[in-house]
Ligand binder design. Structure first.
Ligand SMILES: Cc1ncc(COP(=O)(O)O)c(C=O)c1O
Length: 340
């Protein structure tokens, strides 16, 4: 429809920050589903969370600055920060998410990167008390917080807590989102919601560094959101992913009873199957692939401090039907049994 009806404007360079109607549609959508507080001008289109973090580092950090990250964390974020010459300080997460307990006396960082809605890879939700603590800390010490909200649409039990950005009264949170999990990563469309005072600088920076992305895709997405196709797609796949998750958990219990812990909240596109201390999860992953044809990820590789890493396997279930999950887990279970 877009190609037939209105292509000419969409063939020019986009305005700084991206296609206006998409920024407005996202501002409205995020306000209603994630309690994100923004105007369209604060929404900056990116090609995904990676680019959102890249531009954040370029504008707000200098090489040598300290950045706090969760331990364990997504390797993609870790690599981005390290390649910009930043000093990474990993802070352990517990059941309530990132803890600030041990850092009372250390120097405040320039930036704190967190995934409070669904910690990656362990999958817990940051408690309200911790969120308040983190926001207070950032305000008192003038640090920026980057909130990575990569998959919060997929919760199967309870409703998600509102975003950290929605609780921020001081303009210190930058919210990074993406269509990589809600639609598909090949689309390469994501967004940042930045504090009002930073909006013009971020729009210009994205325009000058990378250009604002593909306007035709932006225009289609704007309509897709406005006509509630995104909402209905998410509602539909959420049911499907919940079934797949339940099927995987059932298989785990059928093969191992309660002997192996399943880590994480009832949410997301993957779960963590913890392995007993001392098991080399990298070997398990290798054997699972070579002998069982099953792709997994070793949990230990998500830690900066490998000596204190917890062994386990990250198992993605969203892309596999129950009929594919059952034989795959059977093959995986044969490999795991040799190690536990
Ligand atoms: C925690 C986390 N953040 C960000 C991303 C990547 O986001 P994008 O594809 O939008 O760059 C991923 C991808 O797996 C992820 O797991």
């Amino acid at each position: 429809r877009q190609w037939r009806e209105g292509p000419w404007d969409l063939m020019r360079y986009a305005p700084a920050g991206g296609y206006g109607p998409l920024r407005q549609a996202l501002s409205d959508y995020l306000g209603s589903v994630r309690s994100v507080r923004s105007t369209a001008a604060q929404v900056i289109m990116t090609t995904g969370i990676h680019q959102g973090i890249d531009v954040t580092i370029r504008l707000l950090c200098d090489p040598g600055d300290t950045v706090w990250i969760e331990e364990p964390a997504y390797w993609g974020v870790r690599n981005l920060l390290a390649s910009a010459g930043l000093k990474l300080v990993p802070l352990p997460v517990d059941d309530e998410g990132l803890g600030l307990g041990e850092i009372e006396h250390s120097r405040p960082p320039r930036l704190i990167v967190v995934a409070p809605s669904h910690q990656y890879p362990l999958g817990m939700v940051m408690s309200l008390a911790r969120r308040r603590m983190l926001l207070d800390y950032a305000r008192q010490h003038a640090c920026w917080i980057l909130e990575d909200d990569y998959d919060s649409e997929f919760r199967y039990g309870s409703r998600p807590l509102p975003s950290l950005q929605g609780m921020d009264e001081d303009g210190c949170v930058l919210y990074a989102g993406s269509f990589s999990k809600t639609l598909c990563p090949g689309l390469r469309v994501g967004f940042l919601v930045v504090p009002e005072a930073l909006a013009a600088a971020f729009a210009n920076a994205v325009a000058e560094l990378y250009r604002e992305g593909n306007m035709m895709t932006h225009a289609v997405l704007a309509e897709f959101i406005r006509e509630d196709h995104l909402g209905s797609h998410i509602r539909r796949v959420r049911r499907r992913y919940a079934e797949r998750r339940a099927c995987l958990i059932e298989e785990i219990h059928r093969h191992f009873g309660d002997t192996l812990e399943i880590v994480g909240d009832d949410a997301g596109l993957h779960l963590i199957l913890a392995l007993p201390d001392g098991v080399d999860d990298i070997m398990v992953e290798r054997d699972a692939l070579q002998q069982g044809g099953v792709v997994t990820r070793p949990l230990s590789t998500y830690y900066m401090d490998r000596a204190h890493a917890r062994p386990g396997l990250l198992l993605g279930y969203a892309g596999a039907t129950p009929d594919e999950i059952r034989p795959a887990f059977e093959a995986l279970a044969r490999v795991i049994r040799r190690y536990v």
